[in-house]
Design a protein. Sequence first.
Length: 70
Amino acid sequence: MLDVCLPGYRRKERTHNWCISAGDRSYPRIPRDTHNKRHNPDIQIGHVRSLVRFFDIRECAESQLPQLRC
């Protein structure tokens, strides 16, 4: 989704999360399973919705991920 909706984005792996950057904005709250405590490898939809709002890419994101549609 990010390849299509946020071209040129960068992601940086940190200890507990991913930091997604585009232009001069950074979204540092995409969790990663660093300690294998969570057995659900998928990113929760609430984190994706928050990222979509932060970068204002709603229309494109909804076309890529139908589960974002309300």
